[in-house]
Design a binder for this molecule. Structure first.
Ligand code: ASP
Ligand code: MG
Length: 479
């Protein structure tokens, strides 16, 4: 028996047809044990945040509450027959939760938007959507149980971006979820709210925006640790086929990445392919739990989806991504060759000013150090370095607007791949200004002039990814 943990994002919960689709999907996976993780309805988390931030503006406040109520009530009216048991339960729930929400918003008016309040307010999106979805499943004659994730996922105290404590979460999973999964008499679907957890003293926390993906993998992790059956799979239902190798803005027929390894996927998720929450792979990679990204509109699709697992083709580049709003700052000195602590000083200035540094290149001789900051932070970064005194006395500070190309995949570890990348760039006379790849890292980052970005991507794609599709299909055939 396989345990399938499926996450439905807000775009899978938009109307009657979408709910029907969920039912179809449950039917496709009828022989598996199913856990459903749901996000808030589309746009609701943003709306809740906006409301919490505008508690004192009665116009925005009232308008938002009305939209919030209408969105949920409209969905209820679409998906249930009027005045049936489940219709009534869903409506009563919305009333009850909205009144709790309004109480919390009153508190915020009085005490300010503390991080704790923010998470509590944001949690209502998932609490509403998941309960409604659960009632819908019940109304179709299936067995289903609603579980708010703050009963199960225990996190640290980092509000807005919490991390799970697995040892405590495992205990909850064992107590609340395993008995339902291992019930041999009944086939019970478990509907769990995405995105939320609680800290040890019971305050609601959230896992970071887009965190429902993470909920699904945290549950997979804990179930793996405490269930007898370790045959677990995670499916994230999306409104796209999966991860693309390159942003289609650059290469119009960009290929879907069909197979990739956890480490490769982490790089790709981090480089802004907003399809997958970067934190969510942490939970499953050491357990080899496979994760599929699938298109909600093509639930029966046999080959056009992304599978993240231990199986990967090491002979192909997995993705080429870009950072376009980068500025490279170079701090150099002609005299201070062997002075320790220069890097520490630079990064202390950056950290004091809360400027995040994304790439660092330094020659062994310490004469010059280059690092990347976001364009929006660059003026602040330069000013901070200049006003620190130390650097203006002995160093020269330069900056330049640049772009970064990241090439990701196991293949990057081979020298020959690097040769091919540089040969490709040479054809277009594109100069690489700085370059980084740390030990064993499945990614190489190349800093180039911004105006070269399109040419660079095209030529790397043409020279290195030609057989991409072919290789992908070969691997799938073997699986
Ligand atoms: N509803 C939350 C958000 O919009 C979590 C999620 O959708 O995954 O960030
Ligand atoms: Mg959402």
């Amino acid at each position: 028996m396989t345990i399938v943990i499926m996450k439905f994002g807000g775009s899978c919960l938009i109307d009657k047809n979408a709910f029907k689709k969920i039912l179809e999907i449950l039917e496709i996976y009828k022989d598996d044990k199913k856990i459903i993780v749901a996000s808030a309805f589309n746009g609701i988390t943003d709306l809740l945040l906006n409301t919490a931030q505008n508690v004192k503006n009665s116009k925005i406040f009232d308008d938002n509450i009305t939209i919030l109520e209408n969105k949920h009530i409209n969905t209820i009216e679409q998906i249930f027959d009027e005045d049936t048991e489940h219709y009534t339960k869903a409506k009563v729930w919305v009333d009850k939760k909205l009144s709790e929400l309004e109480d919390a918003l009153e508190d915020i008016k009085e005490f300010g938007l503390e991080p704790y309040y923010k998470d509590y307010v944001l949690s209502f999106g998932e609490v509403l959507s998941t309960y409604i979805l659960n009632q819908y499943i019940l109304s179709k004659g299936l067995e289903s149980v609603y579980i708010p994730a703050n009963k199960v996922i225990i996190t640290n105290d980092e509000f807005n971006n919490a991390y799970p404590f697995y040892e405590f979460t495992n205990v909850r999973v064992k107590k609340l979820i395993i008995p339902l999964l291992e019930n041999t008499k009944k086939d019970i679907i478990i509907s769990i709210t995405g995105f939320i957890g609680r800290n040890k003293i019971g305050y609601t926390t959230t896992l970071g925006r887009g965190g429902s993906d993470y909920t699904a993998t945290i549950l997979a992790h804990s179930i793996f640790e405490v269930a007898n059956d370790k045959n677990i799979k995670v499916i994230l239902w999306k409104d796209v086929d999966g991860l693309l190798a390159i942003n289609p803005k650059y290469i119009s027929k960009s290929t879907l990445i069909k197979n990739l390894d956890y480490k490769e996927a982490k790089h790709i998720a981090n480089f802004g392919a907003k399809i997958l929450h970067p934190k969510c792979l942490e939970a499953i990679e050491n357990k080899n739990i496979p994760l599929e990204l699938r298109n909600f509109n093509k639930p029966l699709e046999k080959s056009e989806f992304t599978k993240i697992s231990a199986m990967t083709n090491k002979n192909e580049i997995k993705g080429i991504s870009t950072v376009e709003d980068a500025v490279i700052i170079t701090v150099s000195s002609g005299s201070l060759v062997d002075v320790p602590g220069v890097l520490a000083k630079i990064f202390k200035v950056m950290s004091k000013n809360k400027i995040s540094v994304s790439l660092v290149a330094q020659s062994a001789s310490e004469i010059s150090t280059s690092f990347i900051v976001k364009e929006t932070d660059s003026l602040r970064a330069l000013k901070a370095l200049e006003s620190s005194g130390y650097f203006t006395d002995f160093f020269e500070i330069k900056s330049e607007e640049v772009a970064i190309i990241n090439v990701t995949g196991f293949k990057i570890l081979e020298n020959l791949t690097k040769v091919m990348i540089f040969q490709a760039l040479e054809k277009k006379k594109i100069r690489v200004k700085a370059i980084t790849q740390s030990t064993e890292e499945l990614n190489i980052s190349l800093v180039i002039k911004r105006e070269n970005i399109e040419d660079a991507i095209k030529i790397i794609h043409d020279d290195l990814c030609e057989n991409f599709e072919e290789e992908e299909n070969k691997l799938r055939d073997k699986m």
